[in-house]
Design a protein around this ligand. Structure first.
Ligand code: ADP
Ligand code: MG
Length: 384
């Protein structure tokens, strides 16, 4: 590993991260291209995307360690003023927290943490004071003398986090750090970690496949798909205003209704779907009259029965699938498609399979995105 040119810093001052014209490849296979990505100093950027989409490779590149896993990088990644892709190796050491802790099994918690300080060349006389502060922040008090095998998964992951934070780095990278933990532990550590990230003492790049985690942590949410950034922005925007089927599908919380554009009216489209009253929807750029689109309708914005919203269609109730304290009710519009509505378990009891149910939603909840291009190059989609 190349030696860091910047070691221990007494104060934690976050770095901004700027990515330009980045291309990451293994041999000739490009796994991720990022024309530009800005991550504000002190903020948390969450990266989500299917497995194999280059997320881990990207973290290694930000740390300047991509060649250690056999990847080739071109372009520029600046962390603060440091260039991480320079020929002579990274200019600054950025720690990565992995899902499998990477602790020294034979060392106690205290020694695991003090070793990290030593590596970072922290002033020796300060070690005890620094470690005590770290142990307090990570709620590891009383466990200093234990070895990793004597800790729970969550405690081990907090020690790993402590090792990453020990040198007061300006940025920390996380590669699915909670995914090896069982669910209750994951929830507890999630809120703990959120507190740490919210202090904005370091810039964080956080890779996860857990959508809830990403939405809870992110100042900026980046969805990668097909070796590209499919969309980046504040989580509320990415979740509520997806720009492509790929992004909408990734979140798995919306109905995707095939339709075509009948009219364009400012920032909205009037669309027609087979069997449904015409509807108005938000649209991105690049849509044209006559184009095949997908209307994205969140499950939790889909209402059943009589209410204040205009009825869009009346269909046949098919099934009610319990989902936590709620229920996903499927209503079939016609042979070609159905929608699912997320309703309270009590409300779901009001409907029986086979029964007619009216379905409604508000214009504001509907977004249209270009239909996926047909693999045969036909079908009139030209939205990409
Ligand atoms: P993610 O973290 O998003 O799951 P990775 O960054 O680990 O994705 O991998 C991206 C792609 O690169 C995958 O298709 C993976 O198979 C490939 N890959 C990873 N490591 C290597 C390697 N050493 N040699 C060749 N291909 C690799
Ligand atoms: Mg990975």
């Amino acid at each position: 590993m190349s030696p860091a040119r910047v070691a221990f810093r007494t104060e934690r001052v976050p770095f901004g991260v700027t990515v330009d014209n980045l291309q990451l490849a293994y041999g000739r296979k490009v796994v991720l291209s990022i024309p530009n990505l800005e991550i504000e100093a002190g903020s948390t950027c969450c990266i989500v995307g299917p497995s194999g989409s280059g997320k881990t490779t990207f973290l290694y590149a930000v740390a300047g360690l991509h060649s250690e896993i056999g990847a080739v990088a071109s372009g520029s990644i600046k962390v603060g003023t440091f260039q991480q892709l320079s020929r002579s190796g990274p200019e600054v050491a950025i720690p990565i927290v992995f899902q499998d802790y990477a602790l020294f099994p034979h060392l106690t918690v205290w020694k695991n943490l003090s070793f990290a300080l030593e590596v970072a060349r922290a002033p020796r006389q300060d070690t005890a004071r620094l470690l005590e502060a770290l142990i307090e922040a990570l709620e590891l008090g009383g466990l200093e003398g234990r070895r990793p095998s004597e800790l729970s998964g969550g405690q081990r992951q907090r020690v790993a986090l402590g090792r990453a934070l020990a040198a007061n780095p300006g940025a920390v990278l996380f590669d699915e750090p909670l995914s090896a933990l069982d669910r209750p532990l994951r929830y507890r550590l999630r809120s703990f970690l959120r507190g740490i990230l919210r202090r904005r003492e370091a810039t964080s790049i956080y890779v996860t496949h857990d959508v809830d985690e990403a939405v809870a942590f992110a100042d900026k949410l980046v969805v990668v798909h097909d070796a590209q950034i499919a969309q980046a922005g504040p989580p509320s925007e990415v979740v509520r205003r997806p720009k492509s089927v790929a992004v909408a599908e990734f979140f798995q919380h919306s109905n995707l209704i095939p339709a075509y554009v009948e009219e364009i009216d400012g920032g909205s489209a009037i669309i027609c779907a087979n069997g449904v009253a015409k509807m108005r929807a938000h649209m991105g750029d690049n849509l044209a009259v006559g184009q095949q689109v997908i209307a994205v309708l969140p499950f939790d914005a889909t209402r059943l029965g009589a209410n204040e919203h205009p009825v869009r269609f009346t269909g046949r109730m098919e099934e009610a699938e319990p989902s936590g304290l709620q229920c996903l009710v499927r209503v079939r519009c016609n042979d070609e498609w159905s929608v699912r509505a997320l309703v309270g378990a009590r409300e779901a009891l009001e409907y029986r399979p086979g029964e007619n149910v009216s379905v409604s939603w508000t214009d504001d909840d509907l977004v249209v995105v270009p239909a996926r291009p047909s693999p045969y190059g036909e079908g009139g989609t030209h939205g990409h």
